[in-house]
Design a protein around this ligand. Structure first.
Ligand code: FE2
Length: 253
């Protein structure tokens, strides 16, 4: 079982890369299940529209995860209730629309659970991420409730993401971080068999400040009065993510 998860799709260039490159990547690498973090897919690089969602699914994604920008396009709160393959963080404030996890069928007919979590530190206010993770571990068990379990831990700080990784070791197929748009070089299989990477990076133009136009970002940091609201860099996007081959018997990496 080959599982691919791609990092935050960043604005128009990220969308072009997904539409152009993902279908071939799926074929070439014989990928059975694809998760894409889509929370920055909209034209301004924040939020995800219904059109973005449809295009990412058409390109071959099975599930789309999000994070702190999930509601930045006002239409998302509505269409998420009828599009169960689009997840928002599980630990959003109680009563938020949509779902934070689901169990989906892969192309080769396996049951794949996907949970989207969001960190508490330097992020939008949300419920305790460790409580949400503990509850999920008690509710959805590997090989009992799902053949494979994938965790997208959307967070700013490395320590919180790593700790979530260890909490799931042996209990999930893979735990990956998203949100910083910068891939970390610590991808590994942990002691009890769970694949882990602190951040899988973004699908966007890397000649930028985390996907945003670098000259404008710099002008903002320098407090230049001519600086505008952040807008995406529009150069060619690089696809970034993690592919894991999982064992059908154990569900582990
Ligand atoms: Fe984010």
């Amino acid at each position: 079982m080959n599982i691919l998860i791609l990092g935050d799709v960043m604005g128009p260039s990220g969308m072009v890369a997904i539409v152009k490159k993902l279908p071939n990547l799926i074929k070439k690498k014989k990928i059975d299940f694809v998760i894409v973090n889509g929370e920055n897919a909209a034209d301004r690089g924040v939020g995800i529209t219904k059109k973005n969602t449809e295009e990412i699914f058409e390109a071959g994604a099975d599930v789309i995860t999000t994070g702190n920008h999930v509601w930045d396009q006002s239409e998302t709160m509505e269409f998420i209730t009828s599009e169960k393959r689009l997840l928002r963080p599980q630990n959003l404030i109680k009563g938020s629309p949509g779902e934070g996890f689901g169990i989906f069928n892969s192309k080769n007919n396996k049951k794949v659970a996907v949970i989207n979590l969001m960190g508490n530190i330097f992020m939008k206010k949300c419920e305790d991420v460790f409580e949400a993770a503990k509850n999920f571990i008690q509710t959805v068990q590997l090989k009992k409730d799902a053949d494979f379990i994938i965790v997208d831990m959307h967070g700013e700080i490395t320590s919180e993401k790593m700790a979530i990784g260890y909490l799931f070791d042996g209990k999930a197929t893979m735990v990956v971080g998203t949100h910083t748009h910068v891939p970390t070089s610590d991808h590994r299989i942990m002691k009890k068999g769970t694949a882990y990477q602190t951040d899988i990076g973004m699908c966007g133009d890397y000649n930028s400040v985390i996907g945003m136009n670098k000259d404008n970002s710099l002008a903002k940091f320098l407090k230049n009065p001519a600086a505008k609201k952040h807008y995406p860099a529009l150069g060619e996007a690089t696809i970034s993510g993690l592919m894991v081959t999982a064992d059908d018997n154990t569900g582990l990496a």
